[in-house]
Design a protein around this ligand. Structure first.
Ligand SMILES: Nc1nc2c(ncn2[C@@H]2O[C@H](COP(=O)(O)OP(=O)(O)O)[C@@H](O)[C@H]2O)c(=O)[nH]1
Ligand SMILES: [Mg+2]
Length: 294
């Protein structure tokens, strides 16, 4: 389990780790220090207070603190890998949503590559028709991993693109359709409405679709991302979270916050801009990477 990917993950989590374990160099006010470290790494106030409270009451000794903390975090994250929901016999439809710049297009590029390596056939649907640059960016990713993009002209109705893409996928026996969509804030009613429409088109074309509605969240957005997720969950409905940019941020504690506060699993993480910088979120691996001593 612990190969090249694990090393990369460890490196990505380093800033979070540094923030996290600062308190170990001090011996006074250790609880305040832990609390502060948790809040700085975006574990979130409520979750931080809860963990500290429980540790405090457990009368753990200083030398046992690291392990006790590891145990607490493990129990919040659980042990389950929440895999992607594929659908034997019909194309699996994965819808990607999120605000501008969160990493939707990049995630689709990386995931297309990964799925292809796993032997699946992939079609990408260019349903971000708002920005001129969106389609070429997607085509560049598709070219790199050798998959096809279904597109229409800029400004086209995204619903029509999705409609065509699903038809094409059924006709060609495609395993997975990855649908890129325009960036949308959870507060913009018309865009939320449009997303519900796209969702409806998927449902109509294939019973049970979309098989995943993945909210792409930038780890750097920290606690703000949690609010976004809650809102998307209530309006559009989401089946999982893709947490991007876990590399180079000290806010990796957001993973713990999401697990504690949201009823939606993190399914995929992004730890860089390269083709292979994507993986399933495995909570056991995550905790090991965070706590492994150098
Ligand atoms: N470091 C890092 N950068 C990322 C990651 N995912 C996306 N990005 C970068 O974030 C920026 C926005 O990504 P993009 O996919 O265009 O976002 P979109 O607007 O949601 O489609 C780009 O510069 C990406 O290279 C990641 O996991 N790590
Ligand atoms: Mg995009």
């Amino acid at each position: 389990m612990f190969g090249k990917w694990f090393d990369k993950l460890k490196k990505a989590l380093n800033p979070t780790k540094i923030g996290f374990f600062k308190f170990f160099v001090k011996d006074e006010n250790v609880w305040d220090e832990i609390e502060e470290a948790f809040i700085n790494t975006d574990v979130g106030i409520e979750t931080a207070l809860k963990i500290v409270e429980e540790l405090r009451n457990s009368s753990v000794k200083p030398e046992g603190l690291r392990n006790a903390l590891k145990g607490k975090i493990s129990s919040i994250l659980g042990t389950q890998v929440a895999g992607l929901n594929f659908s034997p016999g019909v194309p699996a439809i994965f819808l990607f949503i999120g605000v501008n710049g969160s990493g939707k297009t990049t995630t689709i590029g990386k995931l297309a590559f990964k799925l292809k390596q796993e032997g699946k056939s992939v079609l990408i649907a260019a349903a971000d028709t708002y920005r001129a640059a969106a389609i070429p960016q997607l085509e560049e990713w598709a070219r790199r991993c050798g998959v096809e993009v279904l597109k229409q002209q800029e400004g086209a109705d995204p619903g029509a693109v999705v409609y065509d893409a699903i038809d094409a996928a059924i006709a060609r026996n495609i395993d997975v359709v990855l649908i890129d969509t325009a960036g949308r804030l959870h507060t913009k009613q018309h865009l939320i409405h449009e997303m519900k429409k796209i969702r409806g088109i998927c449902e109509k074309k294939i019973p049970g679709a979309p098989h995943e509605v993945l909210l792409v969240l930038d780890a750097v957005s920290g606690q703000n991302g949690l609010i976004q997720a809650q809102s998307f969950l209530e309006t559009v409905g989401i089946s999982g979270i893709v947490l991007t940019k876990l590399d180079g941020t000290a806010k990796g504690g957001i993973v713990i916050s999401i697990a504690d506060k949201l009823n939606v699993p993190v399914k995929i993480i992004g730890i860089g801009e390269g083709l292979e910088d994507i993986g399933e979120f495995n909570p056991i691996e995550f905790v090991e990477a965070l706590f492994e001593e150098e």
